[in-house]
Design a protein. Structure first.
Lengths: 115, 238
């Protein structure tokens, strides 16, 4: 359970961005969360609320966009989704592949701020 | 989005701070010529036993040291000190994984160029350590034969973050009716092509192979480092 420390990093990061922009009020933080990031969405959402307490982000929302895993399939010479994270093979041709090209993201991509 | 708000685009990695420290560590390890191996597993899979045996067997030929992470106690460091290698305990308190900054501060005052191998034993946990780069060259994920062959399917993320799988306690294979083929299937399903090593720190079975593997990987890393340096010198003339 490391979601609380991740949530606190998100709050710190958002506060820094807010300060850099003259202290704008943040209403929501948008996050891209890869399915292989090792972070659980539900745990992160409840941790986020705790992490925001007594900060300028109190009452703000965390909007999580889950990012599916993509691998590079040498057989197809294409980026493809995997069957599941229990089965790392090309969803088109079935060739096993461990070359992950997407799905480890833990990225803050946007801040919704008051006009 | 309501009419009163606007969106500011940013692109910031949440683990940026850890990644920056990990990159600096990796650079420092490379410059010092020390090969760094980290170990992750569930509690009780045999990280400390494998590490103790590894340190003891490598020490006559190589300069080795270890960092060991635990929530509490210095027991592992005391146990590993029997190998006569320098060992430092990282007590994480309530933190369930090691972070690059903990490794960095544990290494304060260490002369890294006096080492050939540094081993880092993570806190026993198959979830959280997956997210944190420690600057290591090689990450081993251990699973013992007593854990069940489908462990990799239950924890695909950590197996995916590791370079090599090590099956431990193979002296117990018969007693627990461990199905090696099924375990290998699970590993290959979540990480196709992953190298799998089998070992018993207790009986010594498989130790030669794993030590040989460490030596080879260290040699490869050194060759890569040298050729990259040559490349850097050659670049201006291109």
């Amino acid at each position: 359970m490391h979601e609380l420390s991740i949530a606190m990093s998100i709050v710190d990061l958002a506060q820094e961005e807010s300060e850099r922009r003259g202290g704008v009020q943040i209403k929501a933080v948008h996050l891209r969360l890869g399915l292989l990031s090792g972070v659980v969405k539900e745990a992160l959402l409840s941790s986020y609320e705790m992490a925001c307490e007594d900060t300028s982000l109190q009452g703000s929302r965390l909007v999580v966009e889950e990012v599916p895993v993509l691998v590079f399939c040498r057989q197809c010479d294409e980026q493809r989704p995997v069957h599941s994270t229990q089965m790392f093979c090309c969803s088109e041709c079935g060739t096993p592949t461990g070359e992950v090209v997407q799905g480890k993201e833990l990225l803050v991509v946007g801040l919704e701020v008051e006009e | 989005m309501s009419a009163k708000t606007r969106m500011i685009e940013v692109r910031q990695n949440v683990l940026k701070q850890n990644d920056v420290v990990a990159r600096a560590l990796r650079q420092r390890f490379r410059e010092a010529g020390v090969f760094v191996v980290s170990m992750v597993s569930s509690p009780g899979a045999g990280k400390t036993a494998l590490l103790e045996k590894t340190l003891t067997l490598l020490r006559p030929q190589f300069r080795v040291a270890a960092l060991v992470g635990d929530l509490a106690t210095e027991n592992d460091a005391e146990r590993l000190a029997r190998s006569q290698a320098p060992v430092k305990q990282i007590v994480t308190g309530t933190v369930c994984h090691l972070e690059a900054a903990m490794v960095q501060s544990a290494l304060e005052g260490w002369k890294l160029d006096g080492l050939d191998f540094l081993f880092i034993e993570n806190v026993g946990n198959l979830v959280c350590p997956a997210s944190y780069d420690l600057g290591e060259d090689l990450r081993l994920v251990l699973m013992s034969v007593t854990e069940g062959e489908d462990k990799p399917l239950k924890y695909p993320t950590i197996f995916n973050s590791a370079d090599v799988a090590v099956i431990t306690k193979i002296d117990l294979v018969d007693a627990v009716e461990f199905d090696a083929a099924a375990a290998n299937c699970s590993i290959q399903a979540v990480r196709p092509g992953m190298t799998v090593l089998n070992v018993s720190a207790k009986s010594g079975a498989g130790m030669d192979a794993i030590l040989g593997f460490f030596r080879t990987q260290r040699d490869v890393a050194r060759i890569v480092a040298v050729s990259e340096n040559d490349g850097a010198f050659a670049a201006p003339g291109n």
